[in-house]
Design a protein. Structure first.
Length: 203
C-alpha cells in the first residue's frame, strides 16, 4: 500500500527562478504531497548541445532557492557528470528505493505537449502520476494534443493544474544577467541572484 505522496521535479534550473518554485509549492499544497524533490540534471537529454552553467553551481542555486520553502528539497540524483539523465530511469530507481511512495512527476504544460516524444513515456506514466503545471503561452484546454497524449489524459494518470502562470523564464534571466542588468523584482530568490553574480555564471 502506498503511504506517502512524493513529488519529483526535474530540470536544468539554469538558473532556478520563481516560475519553478511558486507553481510547485502550490501543487504540493493542493495535492497534499508530503514533499517535492527538485532534481537538477547534469545533462538534459533534450539539450545535448546547449552550454549550461556547471552542474554543481545549478545544484547549489536550487538548494539556496529552497532553503525557506516548506516541503521542497533538492537531490543530486541526476548530477552524474557527462551522463544524460532519463526520467524513466530516475523514476524506476526512486520507485525501487521508496516502494511505499505514490510518486507524482511534475512537468510544465510545454513539456507535456512533447511528452509522447520522451524515452519510454508510457512507462513514465505507469511509474508516476503526471502533474502538469501551467506555463505562460501553453493552454492545454485549446492545444491540439497528439493522440497518444489524449489517450494518456483520459487514463486518469494525468492531473492538469489550473494555476496562474508565472511569466518568467531561465532564458530571459540569462540574457538579463549576461548584460549585467538587474532581473525583474522577485524573479530570482535573492541568494540565487547573489550566487550567480559572485561566480559570474552568466557573464
Amino acid at each position: 500500500m502506498k503511504t506517502a505522496k512524493i513529488g519529483l521535479f526535474g530540470g536544468s534550473f539554469d538558473p532556478i527562478h520563481r516560475g519553478h518554485v511558486q507553481p510547485v509549492q502550490e501543487a504540493r499544497r493542493s495535492l497534499g504531497l508530503e514533499r517535492v524533490i527538485f532534481l537538477p540534471t547534469a545533462q538534459p537529454p533534450h539539450k545535448p548541445m546547449r552550454e549550461l552553467a556547471p552542474a554543481h553551481a545549478r545544484y547549489a542555486m536550487v538548494e539556496l532557492a529552497l532553503l525557506a520553502e516548506e516541503g521542497l528539497f533538492a537531490s543530486p540524483h541526476e548530477l552524474t557528470p557527462g551522463k544524460a539523465a532519463y526520467t524513466v530511469d530516475t523514476l524506476g530507481e526512486w520507485s525501487t528505493a521508496m516502494p511505499e511512495a505514490d510518486l507524482h512527476l511534475l512537468i510544465g504544460s510545454d513539456s507535456f505537449l512533447e511528452f509522447h516524444r520522451w524515452w519510454r513515456f508510457r512507462d513514465i506514466a505507469r511509474l508516476a502520476h503526471l502533474v502538469v503545471l501551467a506555463r505562460p503561452g501553453f493552454d492545454l484546454e485549446t492545444a491540439a494534443l497528439a493522440p497518444e497524449l489524449g489517450d494518456l489524459a483520459a487514463s486518469g494518470r494525468v492531473l492538469l493544474l489550473h494555476q496562474q502562470p508565472v511569466d518568467v523564464s531561465s532564458t530571459q534571466l540569462r540574457r538579463i544577467l549576461s548584460r549585467g542588468e538587474a532581473p525583474p523584482p522577485g524573479a530570482l530568490p535573492g541568494l540565487v541572484l547573489d550566487y550567480a553574480r559572485k561566480y559570474q555564471l552568466y557573464r
